[in-house]
Design a protein around this ligand. Structure first.
Ligand SMILES: CC(C)(COP(=O)(O)OP(=O)(O)OC[C@H]1O[C@@H](n2cnc3c(N)ncnc32)[C@H](O)[C@@H]1OP(=O)(O)O)[C@@H](O)C(=O)NCCC(=O)NCCS
Length: 180
């Protein structure tokens, strides 16, 4: 789905991810083993064509919002964050994200953009609950969600296989809209 006005946080803008963001940098992130270690995208190979098709499908989606994370000061695209699918009956949705530009890892990006998108989901969309899931060894992601008030609600034991071959749990997190 398309949002005309960006969602703004202190350092970033969340902008509907259109074809203009389907860049060589984005493709590089998708082929980087470290960036994709905890992402399901690692199981498929992305090409310029498949990336453009993915972006078009996301824009045409009727239940999901995919945003580029853009540095307000420089206009640089450094990663993506998604809200969806939105369940119109239960008024909930899930958040997923990755920071592609590794220079930005550990600098509070995830914490800042999760907070901004969650606030927008509650205030602009009126959602009652937002959820997320992360591999248990993805400590940074889990900490970022917890810093934004998400609580651990469940554990899917030995749910996924890591790139090392070891199995890992998946942590389920959730935040209930305090305004109901
Ligand atoms: C994981 C990821 C989303 C975290 O984003 P980030 O912007 O680096 O996270 P933040 O800087 O907001 O850090 C949040 C917290 O986690 C900690 N943290 C960040 N990366 C960490 C790491 N690799 N190991 C341990 N702790 C880490 C930070 O110190 C911070 O802790 P604090 O709240 O106590 O200060 C980002 O590094 C990333 O996109 N990685 C690649 C893709 C991926 O794994 N996506 C998540 C799939 S669920």
């Amino acid at each position: 789905m398309i949002v005309s006005e960006p969602i703004r946080s202190e350092r970033f803008r969340l902008v509907t991810l259109d074809e203009s963001f389907a860049s060589a940098d984005y493709l590089r992130w998708l082929s980087d083993p470290e960036t994709t270690a905890f992402l399901e995208t690692r199981f498929s190979t992305s090409t310029p064509e498949s990336l453009r098709a993915f972006v078009a499908a996301q824009m045409a989606s009727t239940d999901s919002y995919l945003f580029a994370i853009v540095v307000a000061e420089t206009d640089a695209h450094i990663g993506n964050i998604k809200l969806g699918p939105i369940n119109p009956h239960h008024h909930n949705a899930s958040i997923g994200l990755f920071i592609g530009e590794s220079d930005w890892w550990g600098k509070g990006v995830a914490t800042e953009v999760i907070a901004a998108l969650t606030a927008w989901a509650f205030e602009a969309l009126g959602l009652a609950k937002v959820t997320a899931g992360a591999y248990a060894s993805n400590v940074g992601s889990i900490r970022a969600f917890e810093s934004c008030g998400f609580e651990r609600e469940g554990l899917l034991r030995s749910q996924v296989k890591l790139t090392t071959g070891d199995r890992d749990d998946v942590v389920l997190l959730g935040k209930v809209n305090p305004r109901g």
